[in-house]
Design a protein around this ligand. Sequence first.
Ligand code: PLP
Length: 400
Amino acid sequence: MAFLADALSRVKPSATIAVTQKARELKAKGRDVIGLGAGEPDFDTPDNIKNAAIEAIRRGETKYPPVSGIAPLREAIAKKFKRENNLDYKPEQTIVGTGGKQILFNAFMATLNPGDEVVIPTPYWVSYPEMVLLCGGTPTFAATTSANRFKLTAEALEKAITPKTKWLVLNSPSNPSGAAYTEAELRALADVLLKHPQVWVLTDDMYEHLTYGDFVFKTIAEVEPNLYDRTLTMNGVSKAYAMTGWRIGYAAGPIQLLKAMDMIQGQQTSGACTIAQWASVEALNGPQDFIATNKAIFQGRRDLVVSMLNQARGIVCPSPEGAFYVYPSCDALIGKKAPSGKVIANDEDFCAELLEAEGVAVVFGTAFGLGPNFRISYATSETLLEQACVRIQRFTASLS
Ligand SMILES: Cc1ncc(COP(=O)(O)O)c(C=O)c1O
């Protein structure tokens, strides 16, 4: 009898964590490494949010929370959805989890039976397919192209849906491509979904507040109210408020789904950390000017990285609408020889040789289901980003 569960053989470890780990090891050996693999803001959590947590501890808010979340946070979430997305959710239709990650996991756990399919557009955040597999479902993939700016088209969605499809996962702005859907693009997808009433939408709006220029963020239940009864709208405080370590995510949706997720959570964690929930009440209800300040900084970094990468030989880098990632193509460099003598056969080789030759850690695109590309996280200082891009330019110029 095997000791480890069969389910484990269906999943693979996270490539983003592997790159971060490799960069850490090289640094520990004394190499000069610039890590552009991590998916978290480099800013600190604002003081008003930290103070709310300290005050909560002082007040003795240190006991188990209600499973779905403390009442003030569920009210703040309902208010947030009304204020920012024009969506009417009652506090009972919301749930707070230990990060958005747990919300997604619980939603799949609560709904997937063997054989149920989940349509995931590529490139995707690495955890979606693995979560679906762990919950016994089958991920199916709908490819996007750089010509479509990495956005799912109505035709590709129509083709991907089968009678077994239970969910479509939408992630806008996207990790890893930074692509964000306009209202018209969501409208086109909604029109397809209206023809397939068995398909639910899990929309991961984690990067909602990180969009640039005049882009206007919309979420699908807002664009098509007829999808409200089969949409789980997920969001969180990790990226917008620089709170990745506090581990608070949330969602709102139909009560029947929320009750099922509550039941799972009750047997799993009993709810997210009470103190972090009080901090999140302040994040959602308190001053929001922090968001605009960060957005402006991220936009400057995006523009710098896109411009410098497009000056690197053989790299093509679209300028995405949001998040803090770019997803350039290295297609023109496949088949070239690196300084080590190795011929670059794919994006994984490209990233490994770049790390070896220049000490720049980025994540290969095939890990996100679409290559030959690579993902750069620009959630780091302009000085380091500039140095990293100079090194990438030098590396691509050195290929023969
Ligand atoms: C697209 C996307 N969704 C969800 C998450 C999970 O966020 P958290 O669990 O920190 O709330 C991440 C984190 O990297 C992400 O990139």
